[in-house]
Design a protein around this ligand. Sequence first.
Ligand code: PLP
Length: 355
Amino acid sequence: AGIINFCANNYLGLSSHPEVIRAAVEALEKFGAGLSSVRFICGTQSIHKDLEEKIARFHQREDAILYASCFDANAGIFEALLTPEDAVLSDELNHASIIDGIRLCKANKYRYKHMDMQDLEAKLKEAQKHRLRLVATDGAFSMDGDIAPLREICQLAQKYDALVFIDECHATGFLGPNGRGTDELLGVMDKVTIINSTLGKALGGAAGGYTTGPKPLIDLLRQRSRPYLFSNSLPPAVVGCASKALDLLMESNAIAQSMAAKTQRFRSKMTAAGFTISGKDHPICPVMLGDARLASVMAEDMLKRGIYVIGFSYPVVPKGKARIRVQISAVHSDEDIDRCVDAFTEVGRKHGALP
Ligand code: PLP
């Protein structure tokens, strides 16, 4: 029956969607393979401007700016926005690219305990002495599939006069009633100031990233953000894919709903089988195993049964918290999900992870 991939960030299955592929081919033929230039020299075509406008509309923000990746968007924002008089407060489990972006800036740095609002409040109090405060968090955390408490974060930000930045790489396109992301899911679209996200996961899976937010911020990034200024413009085929992916998602949220139903199916069947799945409702479903070797041998045995999953252990996750991270996609059928659960049950029993 072939091998089924359960470890890609292709949450909506759009990387193989025929309309997305056709849009890429059309963009390639009409606009060429690449621009051989950064955006501000001769690297801006109508499709780049159109995509930026579409991203801003999708997120209901004023403007957007494209990057070659979200890694670049995260590398470029903190240094451009924050001065030595400012402060950035970052969740300790934020993605490596946020950590690196913060390293590059000269603002005062505060790291709060993962999703710990008491600790964030204490750090915000300490940071009152600075000119400006920015709270930075992943919207959804990729190792655990847990979702940042954005309502509480935004309340604290309001109380202590701070801006909120979220990285929506594991949320854009599928979290919230219309797939707008964590801010929509938690009802704080008007309270989160800055969103960074990727075109390389749910939105076609090729490459590309962006920042969306207030127009003056986007104007500032166009003037000052180094990965934007000094790196090549996104290739037309990639722009074509992402643009079509956003069209599909703005027309209907049926694809996201289908993925959510499959996530529910997987989570409830695995829990009934006796496994512990971290997080709640998110298509990142970490099957918690504890032992690093167990995670690795189980993943190998899963592959022998046609299920492609990967074991994660220290230093990628804390010691003693090894897991197999399963990621559900809209392209999985119910039968695929059941095949995966059956394989886990068999392999889990074989290796003593289940009674
Ligand atoms: N932020 C988060 C939370 C991610 O998971 C990733 C990708 O792994 C990135 C940023 C980087 O995204 P990109 O692949 O577009 O550089």
